[in-house]
Design a protein around this ligand. Structure first.
Ligand code: GTP
Ligand code: MG
Length: 370
């Protein structure tokens, strides 16, 4: 379906349809409960209709609207799978990504612990795969969760010498909660004390049963050190992606997720965005959480300047007026004003003021018995 009614939209927004109709009327737009609107229009209304929504409700509505089934099937084009690499501390997530990229991120990280979610794209059999690295440290649980939500496939790295550990279980739970398919990579098989069967045995407790043991979980023994089994793992990722038939509409305003962001001395606020649908261009007006701006420059995962980013592509953008939180939704808008308005609804001070005003009004209503 490429339309929905105002009544249905109001329901999604958990607000009375009459409120929505009144608000739109105040703007000079005439609708009834049964008026059919496009999803683009619905999204526009949902974004503008801030006053009565809490931030969480608004995000819910936006996420609902972001779902691919709301798109016209004819506009949908294949997109690369987004793969998150999860697992216990030191089990080799970053080393695996290194092996895949044949670069050396591990050696550049302070103390070898990943401090942020890195995002990279690699090519295997001439096809792109987008990888998100996640930190194994306990303090980063929330961030790992966000990583899982944005992804199609989770590669669960389990060290063959160490086996299933607390954060392995945590990662399994996150992936399951987010309904993300798990591919297991049993790493460090080059080590003398590696025991693949023991790890497989342990994984059975979490309903991850190897195909050769009668289950349906893809389990790939690998060594990030010797690169053994890496090609097979990539094949399995592509195979899993094929089954999922992942698609997105590249010809619309971009929507994406903030993977990480920081203040750079020279560049100002920079944010790594995973574009999920649409195409992001240099010059686009964007909002991400309470921040907004115009994309001044865009760098790909290798630090090269690019002019546009299609679905499933990670890019670093410059031009936001502040540093957004990881996990915020980024939206591209047609105008500077729309981007600013969107951001304004996320500014908590504004919201607090609104709550105070509402409270004051409510107590007056009480006094006057309305
Ligand atoms: P965090 O980001 O801290 O959670 O760790 P990580 O999972 O990214 O692990 P990382 O890739 O940093 O690897 C941890 C240690 O294991 C490093 O010393 C790696 O050299 C080593 N290592 C990783 N993969 C292998 C492997 O396949 N074989 C062997 N022998 N060592 C490995
Ligand atoms: Mg790491």
């Amino acid at each position: 379906p490429d339309t929905l009614t105002i009544g249905e939209l109001a329901k999604m927004m958990k607000r009375p349809a009459s409120d929505l109709i009144k608000k739109l009327f105040a703007k000079g737009e005439m609708y009834t409960m049964n008026s059919e609107i496009s999803y683009e229009k619905a999204e526009e209304i949902a974004l503008e209709y801030d006053i009565l929504c809490t931030r969480e409700e608004k995000v819910d509505v936006i996420e609902e609207l972001l779902r691919e089934e709301n798109e016209n099937p004819e506009d949908m084009v294949s997109r690369p799978p987004v793969v998150v690499v999860m697992g216990h501390v030191d089990h080799g997530k970053t080393s695996l990504l290194d092996a895949i990229r044949k670069t050396s991120v591990t050696s550049r990280e302070a103390g070898g612990i990943t401090q942020h979610i890195g995002a990279y794209q690699v090519k295997a059999h001439d096809r792109l795969i987008t990888f998100l690295d996640t930190p194994g440290h306990e303090a980063f649980t929330a961030m790992r969760m966000r990583g899982a939500e944005a992804t199609d496939i989770a590669v669960l790295v389990v060290a063959a010498d160490d086996g299933v550990m607390p954060q392995t279980i945590e990662a399994i739970n996150h992936a399951k909660a987010a309904n993300v398919e798990i591919i297991v990579a049993i790493n460090k098989i080059d080590k003398p004390d590696a025991n693949i069967d023991r790890v497989k045995q342990e994984l059975m407790q979490y309903e991850l049963v190897a195909e050769d043991w009668g289950g349906s979980t893809i389990i790939c023994p690998i060594s990030a050190k010797t690169h053994e089994g890496i090609d097979n793992l990539l094949d399995m990722i592509l195979l899993t992606a094929d089954v999922k038939e992942l698609k997105a509409n590249p010809n619309r305003n971009a929507r994406g997720l903030v993977i990480e962001a920081q203040l750079d001395k020279g560049k100002g606020p920079v944010a790594t965005i995973l574009v999920q649908k649409g195409t992001l261009h240099v010059g686009d007006y964007v909002a991400a959480g309470a921040c907004s701006g115009k994309v001044r420059a865009m760098l790909n995962d290798r630090g090269m300047r690019v002019k546009e980013a299609k679905p499933s592509t990670p890019v670093e953008i410059q031009g936001l007026n502040a540093v957004p939180n990881a996990g915020e939704i980024m939206v591209a808008m047609d105008t500077d004003k729309e981007a600013k308005d969107f951001a304004a609804t996320f500014i908590s001070e504004g919201k607090n003021k609104l709550i105070e005003e509402t409270k004051a009004k409510l107590s007056l209503d009480d006094v006057f018995g309305q």
